[in-house]
Design a protein around this ligand. Structure first.
Ligand SMILES: Nc1nc2c(ncn2[C@@H]2O[C@H](COP(=O)(O)OP(=O)(O)OP(=O)(O)O)[C@@H](O)[C@H]2O)c(=O)[nH]1
Ligand SMILES: [Mg+2]
Length: 374
């Protein structure tokens, strides 16, 4: 009897953690929930699928792939809606956070641009300057946001400002929170729920890309919804090249303590085994590195650096730990003013004086130069 009831109700049940439709048949597919867990969930009114359960309790990820079509459908649906679009980007990885063509997908709907994870930047960062930089970058990428905000899901004040801004801009419409995977969309929504309803960590979040699997609708006071969406997956993200422990090591957890090196001509920095930077310059050059605080930075001569890398990759230079990690390829830059060399998904290095830089990143990962942001 109970079983029948459960089966009938399955039609309309969604995991509150990731948005997947709940099912009890296929262990490998999205939304799988053991029957016993489903019955328990029905009693409590909050159902989490098995994948969310594992993520939340053991930090274990079960890979389930959404196809590029899934994302395209989601984006295409945006201009059919009447809504406010909140585009969240990771302030620490702006280049890796851009969704090409978002302005077109948004149609007539206004876009609020949110630079998240601002807690990772040093306290001394000039936030107003950073905001104008963000807007400028957005314009360069063809995005015309109606406003820009900096947030941290760990900072209540920024969440209050975000809520206020959303209320002001949404004009009694739905709110879609969109962005690339891992920028912190679900964490921001959790922070909003915590501030308005007092419930903590309702939606599943994790450092693994691809946590949210379908739309999650959070009801707002006026009958409209705040909608979490699955993050767009950029296949060329550092996160996809690493295993769970590697990912943990490169993900900054708190305020980054910049590490400055005075480099001579012909010196090299290795950022674990993931990236490398060579300097050519007549003068001494100062390089300030913004990376996860515990990640190894190893300085040595450029001469023999290739052999050194081959010898120590996966040993002294860890991560990576896996054999199939792509080889490092070089990118040459001529620094004429204070600039950042950005290793997408890893961090950046501010070069303070004019010099020549040869930067190495894993094949397929963007390595770019920009005007210094700090
Ligand atoms: N330092 C810092 N970390 C954050 C912040 N917001 C989220 N994170 C972390 O970033 C990772 C991804 O967070 P999620 O909220 O799952 O990101 P998402 O955009 O919903 O990701 P998908 O569901 O995969 O699209 C987690 O490890 C979070 O703890 C923030 O403001 N500051
Ligand atoms: Mg999410």
């Amino acid at each position: 009897m109970i079983e029948n009831e459960v089966n009938e109700m399955e039609e309309d049940l969604y995991c509150i953690g990731c948005g997947a439709k709940i099912q009890t048949e296929d262990k490998e597919a999205l939304g799988y929930t053991p029957k016993a867990a489903l019955e328990k969930g029905l009693e409590s009114g909050q159902i989490y699928c098995q994948r969310c359960f594992r993520l939340r309790h053991y930090n274990e990820i079960a890979d389930v792939a959404l196809t590029d079509d899934d994302f395209l459908n989601l984006l295409n649906a945006l201009n059919q809606t009447e809504s406010l679009i909140v585009n969240v980007v990771d302030i620490f990885d702006f280049n890796g956070s851009i969704i090409p063509g978002l302005q077109r997908f948004a149609g007539k709907n206004p876009i609020l641009l949110v630079g998240n994870k601002v807690d990772l930047l040093p306290k001394s960062t000039n936030l107003n300057k950073l905001k104008s930089w963000l807007l400028q970058q957005a314009h360069a990428a063809g995005l015309r946001p109606v406003d820009v905000l900096l947030t941290s899901s760990k900072n209540a004040e920024t969440i209050t400002s975000l809520l206020k801004k959303i209320e002001q801009l949404r004009q009694k419409k739905d709110v879609y929170v969109v962005g690339v995977t891992n920028v912190g969309k679900s964490s921001l929504i959790n922070a909003i729920i915590s501030q308005t309803a007092g419930e903590e960590n309702v939606i599943t979040t994790s450092r693994f890309p691809g946590t949210t699997l379908d739309k999650i609708e959070i009801p707002l006071a006026d009958g409209h919804y705040l909608i979490d969406t699955p993050g767009i997956i950029h296949r060329h993200q550092m996160a996809h090249l690493l295993d769970a422990s590697g990912l943990k090591m490169i993900t900054p957890q708190k305020e980054i303590k910049p590490r400055t090196f005075q480099l001579n001509d012909g010196q090299t920095l290795f950022f674990a085994g993931l990236a490398r930077l060579d300097i050519s310059s007549k003068e001494k050059t100062n390089a300030t590195v913004y990376l996860a605080n515990d990640l190894l930075i190893h300085r040595r001569k450029t001469e023999g650096a290739d052999e050194f890398y081959q010898q120590h990759k996966g040993g002294l230079l860890t991560p990576p730990m896996t054999e199939d990690f792509p080889k490092l390829v070089s990118h040459d830059f001529k620094v004429t003013e204070k600039s950042d060399i950005v290793f997408s998904g890893l961090g950046f290095v501010t070069i303070h004086e004019p010099c020549l830089v040869r930067a190495f990143g894993p094949a397929g990962i963007d390595v770019v130069m920009r005007k210094a942001i700090i």
